[in-house]
Design a protein around this ligand. Structure first.
Ligand code: F6R
Length: 253
């Protein structure tokens, strides 16, 4: 695991964009796993800039999003489908048919989940998965006490996640209670993982995820077992990590 401390949100996003762009330069038909939320917003902005100014080409790229709320149509401004097109896809030259986001309005959730995993496999697996981390340690919507062996599945959102998500909705009643999410197994099959954490409110959880034991109570802790993870942590989120990193350096690890 590589842990990089970025000096601020801009720096974290620029470093992340270099990794994603590098992946596409090296393998133009890369399969990327995408996250939503506040954390990757500037990463997407930066990738759009690189596309517009330097011609980063997405025509052969395929994307799979981590998750989608159940019950929100894709036109709903709070859906992750809307988020991805609004903040990213509409401004790059990716082909629509190469974009995969779970269907939050599906009539057959089980079938939707199975075919999502099957599509990922058919495309040869995810080359690079971008992740944020929830205040409760979730990745995707894999909430605490998740089964690590889960593939894409229906999730009941945690009370803490519902509270965190409520900042985007007018009333608490509107906040979705269920979602479809890639499972931990799906995420762990990605060849490379890029985990981003920003803001002081993530300091505790990112410390737990990286330096405490591996436990379903902190789903992101499973990433300690993945062989190719880069974690970019913005300064204020890294305040509990710094002493640990110095210790590791001192012991030569
Ligand atoms: C989003 C996702 C979530 C978020 C996490 C952090 O697709 O899967 O795991 O990455 O909730 O959200 P922000 O970035 O808003 O703090």
């Amino acid at each position: 695991m590589r842990i990089v401390i970025a000096k601020d949100y801009e720096d974290m996003s620029a470093r992340a964009a270099r990794i994603v762009a590098g992946q596409i330069y090296l393998k133009p038909n890369s399969v990327l796993g995408m996250a939503t939320g506040s954390t990757p917003l500037m990463l997407y902005k930066e990738l759009i800039r690189v596309h517009q100014e330097v011609g980063l080409d997405f025509t052969e790229v395929t994307t799979f999003n981590l998750d989608e709320y159940l019950g929100l149509p894709k036109e709903d401004e709070q859906s992750y489908n809307y988020y991805m097109f609004h903040h990213f896809f509409n401004q790059i030259n990716i082909k629509k048919e190469n974009i995969y986001i779970p269907d939050g309005m599906t009539k057959d959730i089980e079938l939707e989940c199975k075919s999502y995993d099957r599509q990922i496999q058919k495309k040869g697996g995810i080359d690079l998965q971008v992740l944020g981390i929830g205040n409760n340690g979730h990745i995707g919507f894999n909430e605490p006490d998740i089964k690590f062996e889960a593939t894409t599945h229906k999730v009941k959102l945690d009370e803490e996640t519902i509270q965190a998500n409520s900042r985007f909705f007018n009333t608490m009643e509107e906040v979705p209670r269920f979602a479809i999410s890639m499972g931990i197994k799906t995420i762990m099959h990605a060849k490379k993982i890029l985990l981003l954490a920003s803001g002081e409110n993530k300091a505790e959880v990112i410390h737990q995820a990286l330096f405490n034991g591996i436990t379903p109570e902190v789903p992101a802790s499973i990433l300690q077992l993945h062989q190719d993870v880069t974690v970019i942590v913005e300064e204020s989120a890294a305040k509990l990590l710094k002493p640990k990193l110095q210790d590791l350096q001192r012991t030569g690890i």
